[in-house]
Design a protein around this ligand. Structure first.
Ligand code: ACO
Length: 341
């Protein structure tokens, strides 16, 4: 006679096969106005802010970033990235039943940027919401969409990261204003009978909220506090390198894999030294790190999908390869997603 344990361990002939999610299309968009370091340095100098291209390149690896025009919003950038991802996937916007937009620079307090993108796509009825985990936003959003697909709640999701960080920069603060840029990236995630997203892990620790924040808010129709980005760069740097290494091993462990199985590390593009430091700890050569920070700066929640899309479209990333996406940002938040592309 079978024990209760043995009975449950036997797969039933009628058991439904597990549902996984796979990336079936990617897209990205950068606002046309590109600011080289030299242009930004000259513009800042006119306003009495002293910096240099050499300092920016040496400390961060950033050579240029894009800034959106004043009337362009996160939903405008996210819309184009989403349209490109849908085109790459060969599906219509009406085929999508979930839209998540990761952003910390939404068009308005509400409705969500995701709802505005849905309206601009000309479709109605799909679930749509924003997810705010700052620079970890995209790995958070991807993990949520993957979970919803695995439960069978949705079949196709648009996962977007879109930011206009230029809106929250203090251009009198040279320690932050040279680091960030605007942009958007998106993926279409689709239900599949074989794994695309293999494992993911997310974390947060609110005790570090003050090392990276935009503390202003609204009250009585007035802006209360400072609505521009504040950062303790060295504290962020140290924490980022540690947590990125920890979460990389955690997600690899969950999948039963070793670091040398990773074909491409696709990290949040904050600083080349953090990215290469993470790769070094994983014993991965820099040649296996997708790098766009030099041309985009830090685009927060948009940085990973932007880098992913560029590496796929350029042919760097090939079908069948193993990707480790890693995000870290304000909150403090961090997370990783392991993908068989
Ligand atoms: N130009 C010239 N000099 C500068 C500039 C600048 N733009 N900014 C700072 N300095 C000066 C400082 O005033 C300081 O001068 P001092 O020695 O005379 O006091 C000197 O440069 C060194 O400053 P540090 O802050 O020690 O420089 P550091 O090497 O730590 O680099 C940086 C600063 C690039 C910010 C680094 O700490 C870093 O990258 N941190 C992580 C940032 C990050 O990843 N942020 C994104 C997180 S994602 C998110 O959620 C938004």
């Amino acid at each position: 006679m079978s024990s209760r344990h043995e009975a449950t361990a036997q797969p039933s002939a009628c058991a439904p096969s597990p549902i996984y999610s796979r990336i079936v299309g990617t897209g990205s968009y950068l606002p046309p106005k590109r600011w080289s370091n030299e242009e930004l340095v000259a513009w800042l100098a006119e306003r009495g802010v002293e910096t240099s291209s050499e300092w920016i390149v040496e400390r961060t690896g950033i050579q240029a970033r894009h800034f959106a025009d004043p009337d362009v919003t996160a939903s405008d950038l996210g819309l184009v990235a989403a349209q490109r991802a849908l085109e790459a996937a060969g599906i219509a916007a009406s085929d999508v039943d979930l839209i998540i937009c990761a952003t910390s620079t939404p068009d308005m307090v509400f409705p969500s940027t995701a709802c505005l993108i849905q309206q601009k796509l000309g479709v109605h009825g799909s679930a749509a919401f924003d997810l705010q985990a700052v620079c970890s936003g995209f790995v958070y959003a991807l993990t949520v969409a993957d979970a919803m697909i695995r439960t069978g709640a949705v079949k196709r999701a648009l996962v977007i990261g879109s930011e206009v960080f230029s809106r929250i920069l203090d251009f009198k603060d040279r320690t932050t204003c040279v680091l960030f840029g605007d942009g958007a990236g998106a993926v279409v995630l689709q239900a599949s009978d074989r794994p695309g997203i293999v494992a993911s892990r997310l974390h947060a620790d609110g005790q570090h909220a003050n090392i990276l924040c935009t503390p202003g808010t609204f009250r009585g129709g007035e802006v209360l506090g400072d609505p521009t980005l504040k950062m303790d760069g060295q504290a962020v740097f140290k924490l980022a390198v540690n947590v990125l290494d920890q979460v990389a091993h955690e997600v690899l462990g969950a999948a039963g894999r070793q670091a040398d199985s990773i074909d491409w590390l696709v990290p949040h593009q904050a600083n080349i030294r953090i990215m290469q430091g993470t790769a070094r700890k994983l014993k991965l050569p820099n040649s296996r790190v997708v790098t766009t920070v030099d041309q985009h700066g830090n685009t927060s929640a948009a940085s990973i999908p932007l880098a992913l899309d560029q590496a796929i479209r350029s042919g760097q990333i090939q079908p069948g390869q193993s990707l480790l996406l890693e995000g870290v940002g304000g909150g403090f938040t961090w997370g990783a997603v392991l993908i068989d592309y």
